[in-house]
Ligand binder design. Sequence first.
Ligand code: FES
Length: 140
Amino acid sequence: MYSRKVIEHFQHPRNVGEIKNPDGVGKVGNPICGDIMEIYIKVKANRIDDIKFRTFGCAAAIATSSMITELAKGKALEEALKLTRNDVAYELEGLPPIKMHCSNLAADGLHKAIENYLKKTKKGKGKESQVSGLLDGGEG
Ligand code: FES
């Protein structure tokens, strides 16, 4: 079943909500379970200054969203892009195998928000191959 930490993050999720005028937004969904996640970021000096999420999904989707915001906050964009679903699951003291895709949703949402920021600021040009390389390699 769920770990103590998953239950705690599900009951008291961190960084819930929406950021007005975000620098980047990542929207992801899983067509099989129907869960939807949105991650909003504010970027300052190449770091994630603020991050919030809105998730319509299962307990694990809420807990993984909460955890990814904690892991990403304050990190340099390059470091945040390296966060994988395994990092999220590890920090939550594990997830049932059937719920691992929920942590994928959180990592994908964060990566998409950063990609969105890079595209908007045009910093993505030339970095895009690097970004997608990180994303391809980071899904575990
Ligand atoms: Fe699909 Fe949790 S059951 S995200």
